[in-house]
Design a binder for this molecule. Structure first.
Ligand code: ADP
Ligand code: ZN
Ligand code: ZN
Length: 745
């Protein structure tokens, strides 16, 4: 027998190997094997089994298996093949993204001793304990008082070796001890389980019933669950998962960034306990492997995680939920395969016959369009749960405001200041959004205008007050030495302009010295526990004002937060990208949705310099449909998705002239142009230079009226780029293919 093996290399070739006798039973399509490759023994994946081979030379043998259990399902293997085709990425590379590196680990999760009291202890026995072993008696009292099983380690205050004491109590028959595994969820990530009584309103019932009906059909069924913020979407996922488990099937919940959504994970844990695995980027290699294997063995029925949880090797997958489906974090941009977890989920669902729920208060324009074109079943929750009112929104024209006050360059308008003051007095909480971190995003010479740039990227350095650093937000380059004079004209007149979260933070500290303030951005939330502790403190009321970047706009549910302030709604609005408007609309709408989610009414203050801009105007009215219609007609006019299929070729390298001329060569070589295909470029990318790499791009738009399923564009890109390495002898320069790119900058 022979096997074709694909390795994680950038070419599409597979290689033929002999299968040794002793492995012939074990090797299957999709098995990972080790085989001699060049001078080393490399890890690859079997893509085909054959009884004959036409290869004439001396054939090498597979040297061994990588895994000791079947790590894949047939559906997952189909999915890998589809991704290789769709995203034009070699199988070996796709497999490397989908499967954890190495499953042969000895990791087992740590265990905790847990103790609980046995029913009816004889009072006389207890008296005896009290006399003879007072320490045991104290510990027993504590265990008895607790209403749930206790971690033995939590009794440390009462005894230096609580386990010994508990063993003593166990001997007397007073308590029972057992061991509980600590699942690798990176303790501190999740909120404590929340238990609540759920009573669905009519809209929720309709949505749940529809999902359940399709689950029962066991056929591919995609939904768009569009529910305003606070309408109870999460409770619907929970109910759908419950039904799915009842059918003896499994489920995947994808969250945009699991570390940012600890509340949701906590809610699932409360309901489903240990059948849930968490899958996210903060797991260690060993935890990943262990989790993967346990999923293969069937120990977990539900996987909650970020983008790559879409590959969880669950069997009998009944349901996938994609929460906040419009979020760009579902897209992997680098390395290849450059995939979108939402699209992969829809594909996987067709193989598995599962239901997929795309869920959002602000769906992506694509999904909205797909619903209009009946590709998705639409479920709508138009009201907040429990009668909570939608917030009242104030739009502040910052120019007019400053004309009136005579104070220019103000960060906080008079209105926002008053509202903050008012909430502080009422002991209600405030969320402030400024979607830019650092102190001052641009450092500029006051005389000649020269901007301090990153030496590796064509990007301005951001000044961070903490540590007094200049930092590049693209590559991480930083300088601790202050620029005292301009490199171009030697003027000492250096100006720190622009406003990041740190500048807002110091302004708030000056203006409201008694308020307790916390800042949440990539700098303070580097660790999951940093983030969780800030969110917990806000939830407990230890913080009055939570200030942050887009991180604070998503998924958070705090009943006492009644004011949301958007410091500068225009940030990012003018980026030269066809999705810029959609993104800003979604951000403002989502952030506004954090205000007044329960009984206390909410208010939102949006500060802008362009109050008439349709994005800002409609976001302030919370009028999604109106804005989406405007955006759709713009996209239609400019032939952007969802009216076309989009692909982008990125050409990068260290030498600007070489990259430029390679781009031109590629452009000229393009063959087989068809009607309805627009090719733009080659042109420098918006970020022309990143990490010392110059970047050029060519953009392809294929009109759906001519290319309804994108096949034409796929063929075109495949024909022109499958073997680009050989064809263009690109040397050190790289060519990356992006299918359905989220942005063109
Ligand atoms: P969304 O995800 O749509 O923003 P959530 O699911 O977070 O909304 O719901 C908002 C709040 O209302 C949550 O605290 C949630 O537990 C509560 N809630 C929603 N639906 C119900 C229900 N049917 N019964 C009880 N509480 C509910
Ligand atoms: Zn200067
Ligand atoms: Zn840089």
């Amino acid at each position: 027998m022979f096997a074709e093996v694909a390795f994680p290399i950038s070419g599409f070739l597979t290689f033929t190997y002999k299968i040794p006798k002793d492995l012939s039973q074990d090797i299957q399509i999709g098995s990972r094997v080790k085989a001699p490759f060049g001078s080393r023994n490399a890890q690859g994946i079997v893509t085909q089994l054959k009884s004959a081979s036409s290869f004439k030379g001396k054939m090498k043998e597979i040297s061994g298996m990588v895994d000791d259990l079947a790590i894949m399902t047939p559906e997952l293997w189909k999915l890998i093949q589809w991704m290789s085709q769709y995203y034009i990425t070699p199988l070996g590379q796709v497999a490397k993204t989908v499967l954890p590196n190495n499953l042969s680990t000895r990791y087992t999760p740590p265990k905790n001793w847990v103790v609980h009291p046995n029913p009816i202890a004889d009072d006389e026995d207890l008296e005896l304990v009290k006399k003879r072993a007072p320490k045991q008696y104290d510990v027993y009292q504590e265990i008895w008082r607790a209403e749930k099983p206790l971690k033995v380690s939590s009794l440390k205050d009462l005894a230096s070796n609580p386990l010994n004491v508990c063993r003593g109590l166990e001997k007397r028959g007073l308590v029972s001890l057992f061991e509980e595994s600590l699942l690798p969820d990176v303790t501190g990530f999740t909120f404590d389980p929340i238990h609540k009584k759920v009573d669905f309103n009519d809209h929720q019932k309709t949505a749940v019933d529809a999902i359940i009906k399709f689950l029962d059909s066991r056929k591919y069924s995609p939904f768009l669950l569009h529910g305003v913020t606070g309408s109870g979407k999460t409770e619907i996922y929970i109910e759908a998962v419950r039904h799915c488990l009842g059918q003896n099937r499994t489920a995947i919940i994808l969250l945009p960034e699991i570390s940012l959504t600890p509340q949701i994970a906590g809610r699932f844990r409360a309901v489903f306990g240990d059948t849930i695995a968490l899958w996210h980027s903060k797991l260690t290699q060993a935890q990943r492997s262990w989790t993967w294997k346990e999923i293969c063995k069937g120990s977990f029925k539900v996987v909650i995680g970020a983008r790559s949880a879409v590959f969880a090797p669950l069997k009998d997958l009944g349901l996938m939920v994609i929460d906040e489906e419009q979020e760009s974090s579902f897209r992997q941009d680098s390395p290849a395969p450059r995939y979108h977890a939402r699209d992969v989920a829809l594909m996987r669902a067709t193989y598995e016959g599962s239901a997929v729920v795309l869920s959002s208060a602000t769906p992506s324009l694509e999904s909205y369009y797909n619903y209009l074109h009946k590709k998705l079943t639409y479920l709508y929750l138009p009201e907040r749960f429990g009668g909570a009112k939608y917030p009242q929104v104030h739009l502040v024209d910052m120019l007019a405001d400053q004309d009136e006050s005579g104070k220019f360059g103000q960060i906080l308008s008079g209105l926002l200041q008053d509202k903050i003051e008012d909430r502080l007095n009422k002991k209600e909480q405030i969320i402030l959004l400024q979607n830019r971190r650092g102190y001052s995003p641009v450092v500029r010479c006051g005389d000649c205008g020269e901007i301090v740039m990153c030496p590796q990227c064509k990007v301005a350095l951001t000044f961070h007050r903490k540590g007094g650093k200049l930092v590049c937000h693209c590559c991480g380059h930083f300088e601790t030495k202050q620029r005292e004079t301009c490199v171009s004209c030697s003027s000492p007149n250096m100006k720190y302009s622009g406003t990041g979260t740190q500048r807002v933070e110091s302004l708030i500290e000056e203006t409201f010295p008694h308020a307790k303030l916390a800042r949440l951005d990539m700098d303070t939330a580097r660790t999951g526990s940093g983030l969780t502790s800030i969110l917990k403190a806000f939830s407990n009321g230890e913080i009055d004002i939570l200030l942050g970047t887009q991180m604070i706009a998503k998924g958070l549910d705090f009943p006492n937060a009644t004011l949301v302030g958007i410091i500068n709604a225009d940030l990012g609005l003018h980026l030269p990208d066809f999705r810029a408007g959609e993104r800003i609309f979604q951000l403002i709408y989502q952030a506004s949705g954090r205000a007044g989610r329960r009984t206390k009414p909410g208010e939102v203050v949006i500060q802008t310099y362009v109050p008439d801009n349709p994005v800002i105007k409609n976001a302030a009215k919370l009028d999604m449909k109106k804005y989406y219609n405007i955006a759709l007609s713009e996209r239609n006019e400019l032939k952007y998705p969802p009216f076309s299929w989009l692909a982008k070729i990125e050409i990068t390298g260290q030498n600007q002239t070489a990259v430029d001329s390679l781009s031109k060569r590629i452009f000229k070589s393009l063959q087989g142009k068809y009607k309805g295909l627009d090719i733009l470029g080659p042109a420098p990318c918006y970020l022309e230079k990143l990490r010392n790499q110059y970047r050029f791009q060519i953009v392809f738009k294929s009109l759906k009226t001519n290319d309804s399923n994108g096949q034409k564009l796929h063929k075109f890109i495949q024909n022109n780029f499958m073997d680009f390495q050989k064809k263009f002898r690109s040397g050190q320069n790289r060519i990356n293919i992006h299918f359905d790119p989220l942005s063109l900058i």
